[in-house]
Design a protein around this ligand. Structure first.
Ligand code: ADP
Length: 426
């Protein structure tokens, strides 16, 4: 909820900033447009004066106007080009440094713009009127063509020119707005991840509490029953209760150990005590540790330990935990009678351990996720199997710490195979 408010405030601020910047930009553009109009009008005035006062440019203009009326009266071919050059020089001088940024065209036309006496390349007779600056030239010029000639000046790149003038303002604004937007996206991603982690952690705590409650309750009840049995002198019953208490205690110990194992891996100081170990011996030890569980489910376990070289440099305690976790899952996620196969082989200088089961399998889209901390497959035929989603994360961390690899092959409803590849100790 609080996070939602923070994100909301940031979004509103960002939108507000964009709104304000937009208005600043608009005001800036209007101001620059007014400046441009002023500058062009000054230039137009200078051109006008040139065209109406006696000087070589006016002479040329008159000749162009006369030539247009009767071509034989002024037969120079280069005359229009010379006049264009002279006017262009005048305009360029008038515009100063802006002349290189402005793309413009100009023409000498009739008042109604339906006839061109002279026009530079790109002059558009149909152009938007708001982009045309014009000035009528009367007097002698009018007499020469028997009309009212107009000098028209078009700016071709008004928007680009104006934006260019404001670049010092627009570019930094855009960069800062984009930076803020990127931060907003990161914030949302981060908050989402945090929220998911919180949910997962809550799930884990609920799960753990639930898992611990049952054996704690059983121990409490069994202790009372044992006390009663002792008081009544029923030694055998008391012994039986004692054994049950021990069993429940083992369950609690198992849970606590799992959590501690993982907590210790999270600490930067955890260390491995690696030494050359016979992996086949480790497998046998792990298998003997899950015999009781296997019996309870009437499971079948077969071993094909075919690796010729099984000496691997590992931490035996952690690696045995890894094997036990995988065996535990193979039994836990069963479908019918558990059938588990353990096999080993050597391949390209590696020792490969494989454990396959005929259990419920894992959906393809979740096969990567199950190695994440606290992740559990929730849908499907799970028989309400209890767990914390920590085992496979621990397995992956330990295998990686040994610079090994773990791979999973699984098909929903058919079973799973986990393969661990480790470098053989030479
Ligand atoms: P836990 O078993 O405590 O839930 P794990 O990290 O060991 O946690 O396993 C994560 C999830 O992967 C399990 O919840 C289960 O859905 C799935 N899983 C693990 N091993 C198997 C398996 N052999 N067969 C089917 N699903 C499995």
């Amino acid at each position: 909820m609080k996070n939602g408010i923070i994100v909301g405030i940031v979004i509103v601020s960002l939108l507000g900033l964009i709104f304000v910047q937009y208005h600043f930009l608009r005001a800036g553009l209007l101001l620059e447009r007014a400046r441009m109009d002023q500058r062009v009008n000054v230039v137009l005035n200078e051109v006008y004066l040139k065209l109406v006062q006696p000087n070589p440019v006016r002479e040329m203009t008159l000749r162009v106007l006369v030539k247009d009326k009767s071509p034989l009266a002024s037969p120079e071919y280069l005359l229009p080009e010379q006049l264009k050059d002279s006017l262009n020089t005048l305009i360029r001088d008038g515009l100063g440094p802006d002349s290189s940024r402005l793309s413009y065209a100009f023409a000498l036309t009739t008042e109604r713009n339906d006839h061109l006496f002279l026009a530079t390349e790109g002059y558009d007779t149909l152009a938007d009127h708001s982009l045309i600056y014009q000035r009528g030239i009367g007097g002698l010029a009018g007499q020469a063509c028997d009309c009212r000639p107009f000098f028209r000046f078009q700016v071709k790149n008004t928007v680009n020119y104006l934006l260019g003038r404001l670049a010092y303002l627009t570019i930094p604004s855009l960069v800062f707005i984009l930076l803020l937007a990127a931060c907003l996206v990161l914030l949302i991603v981060y908050l989402n991840r945090q929220r998911r982690l919180d949910l997962v952690k809550n799930d884990f705590i609920n799960n753990l509490t639930h898992e611990l409650k049952t054996p704690v309750f059983s121990i409490g009840m069994l202790s009372r029953m044992m006390k009663n049995a002792i008081e009544k002198g029923q030694k055998e019953k008391a012994l039986e209760y004692g054994q049950l208490i021990e069993k429940e205690n083992e369950v609690i110990k198992g849970h606590v150990e799992r959590v501690l194992e993982l907590a210790s891996l999270d600490s930067p100081n955890y260390h491995m005590e690696r030494r050359p170990v016979s992996f086949h011996d480790l497998i046998r030890e792990a298998v003997s540790g899950i015999q009781a569980q296997l019996l309870t489910h009437q499971g079948l376990l077969s071993m094909r330990l075919e690796a010729a070289s099984d000496l691997v440099n590992v931490d035996p305690v952690h690696m045995k935990n890894v094997l036990q976790n995988l065996l535990d899952n193979a039994i836990k996620y069963h479908k019918g009678t558990p059938e588990i196969e353990l096999s080993t082989r050597n391949e390209n200088g590696h020792f490969i351990f494989s454990i396959s089961d005929n259990g419920i399998g894992i959906p393809g889209d979740q096969q990567d996720k199950i190695f994440e901390k606290f992740y559990r497959v929730t849908e499907g035929d799970l028989h309400n199997v209890k767990g914390f989603g920590l085992g496979l994360n621990y397995v992956r961390q330990i295998v990686r710490a040994h610079r090994g690899q773990i791979r999973l092959f699984s098909k929903l409803g058919e079973g799973s195979r986990f393969e661990i590849a480790l470098i053989v100790d030479k």
